[in-house]
Design a protein around this ligand. Structure first.
Ligand SMILES: [Zn+2]
Length: 355
């Protein structure tokens, strides 16, 4: 079987696409960036195809992985819905595959990022992981038993939109009180602006960094002020970090992961975000004191995670396809490894839950 050494990963966001040629160790050999025309699905597919074709002209690649910011169907080929792109039931795999002549897989961008962290980054060695990307909103991905968990229809892992406050803040999804309205970069900025409006004398440093107006305060300014030790900015991180930790405890109640990976733009603030999140998580965890605590770690691969993860998933897919093509055989373990049934002994009855 020929070894699949190089693959291309493309991280497709609302405004730009980053593409990279990635080797088996997760190293990016060459990377390119292009703007994506948000309004036109066909032109976006063409932009992706062009950047892949350019990279493939210089490197011998076996497959292409696309990490797209949207809901991907269970066959990992169609984008059902993308909040920031014009994709609605878009057959992205087919349209890019037809243009580039290489095998293409489509994955959600957060899932690609978690896969990269699990293979090469902060989640290495963990089998059960929840990744929470704290950016403008909250993106998430779930690894169970070492495999990405997609759910029946491909859309699992959107905890940013579970409701934490009944009749709370209006969310971009149309509902109210979603977690991402309280634990995201937007929430951090909203807290800082609100504080500056309410008590300008307490928010002097934030206002100074924001050019004198509450509306001028953005995420990087809150981080900068907090790093200087400004109490108002630190308080914003305390509030948002506490919401983050509470949500992690809720996720632990459902999934019991061994590790949380915190990524996204706001995670660049490091312990400013992680410390309040950790302590709120430990306070809110059900059975605290009597159960092991999941590790809480910062993502390591940064903005490259989507490219590396999509490329590695494409490699995995290509390797499996080649293996299947060249070595057809019955499913299940090889005959020599199958457990033999001892004669004269009956298998114990297995009770199945009723459907
Ligand atoms: Zn929502």
């Amino acid at each position: 079987m020929p070894a699949v050494t190089l693959t291309i990963g493309v991280d497709v966001g609302g405004t730009k696409a980053a593409a990279g040629v990635v080797d088996v160790d997760g190293h990016i050999i060459e990377k390119l960036k292009r703007s994506t025309p948000a309004a036109s699905p066909a032109r976006t597919a063409q932009v992706i195809a062009d950047v892949v074709t350019e990279l493939a002209s210089r490197h011998q690649v076996a497959a292409v992985g696309l990490g797209a910011a949207g809901f991907i169907d269970e066959t990992r080929s169609t984008v059902l819905f993308a909040p920031n792109l014009a994709w609605r039931n878009e057959p992205l795999q087919q349209s890019v595959q037809d243009r580039v002549g290489l095998p293409v897989i489509v994955e959600n961008d957060a899932d690609s990022g978690l896969w990269a962290e699990a293979r090469f980054g902060a989640a290495r060695g963990y089998q059960d992981v929840v990744m929470v990307n704290v950016g403008t909103g909250i993106g998430a991905a779930i690894l169970i038993g070492g495999e990405l968990y997609h759910g029946r229809y491909g859309i699992a892992g959107e905890p940013g939109h579970y409701r934490v406050v009944p009749d709370g803040r209006l969310c971009g999804c149309g509902n109210r009180g979603c977690w991402e309205q309280y634990a995201s970069g937007s929430a951090l900025v909203a807290e800082a602006r609100e504080f500056a409006r309410r008590s300008p004398e307490g928010a002097m440093r934030l206002l100074q960094l924001g050019g004198g107006h509450p509306e001028g305060i953005a995420g990087p300014q809150v981080t900068e002020a907090a790093r200087e030790g400004d109490p108002a900015a630190l308080r914003c991180f305390q509030i948002v970090g506490a919401w983050l930790g509470q949500g992690m405890a809720d996720l632990a109640a459902i999934l019991d992961p061994g590790c949380f990976i915190i990524g996204g733009g706001v995670s660049e603030a490091g312990d400013l975000l992680l410390e309040p999140a950790r302590s709120a998580y430990e306070r809110a965890l059900v059975g605290r004191g009597y159960r092991p605590l999941a590790h809480v770690r910062l993502a390591e691969l940064g903005a490259d995670a989507g490219v590396v993860g999509a490329a590695d998933l494409a490699r995995r897919y290509a390797t499996v396809s080649l293996g299947r093509f060249q070595r057809p055989g019955p499913p299940g373990p090889p005959a020599s490894r199958r457990p033999r049934r001892r004669p004269g002994r009956r298998r114990p009855a297995v009770r199945r839950p009723s459907a």
